[in-house]
Design a protein. Structure first.
Length: 108
């Protein structure tokens, strides 16, 4: 599951890198990122890292519960957080795929 989240974000990052083509055109106005080092690719990487961390925390909480080291409430909270992260990653993937398909259908 973690591999699929990583592959989705890396694919989205590659798509974000292709946006450099549009920056060279004088007909398309360019917007500067809010901070110099924080581009779309970097944001996606950060979101992926946070999602993967949340999923790992949920797995660790489950293991600690089996060992009797963690209460059921803490496990449920960790697993629900991991589920929200996974749902967000899937939603981002779907939007990236949808945007790619829309761009590929554009007439040149």
């Amino acid at each position: 599951m973690l591999d699929s989240v990583s592959s989705v974000v890396s694919s989205a990052g590659e798509l974000a890198k292709t946006s450099d083509v549009f920056k060279t055109s004088s007909a398309v106005p360019t917007a500067q990122p809010a901070s110099a080092g924080m581009g779309f690719n970097n944001v996606l990487e950060q979101v992926a890292a946070d999602s993967i961390g949340s999923m790992k925390a949920g797995e660790a909480a489950s293991i600690q519960s089996i060992q009797g080291k963690l209460s059921a409430q803490k496990v449920v909270e960790a697993v629900m957080s991991a589920e929200r992260s996974l749902q967000m990653a899937v939603a981002v993937r779907d939007k990236v795929v949808q945007a790619y398909q829309e761009v590929s259908r554009m007439a040149i």
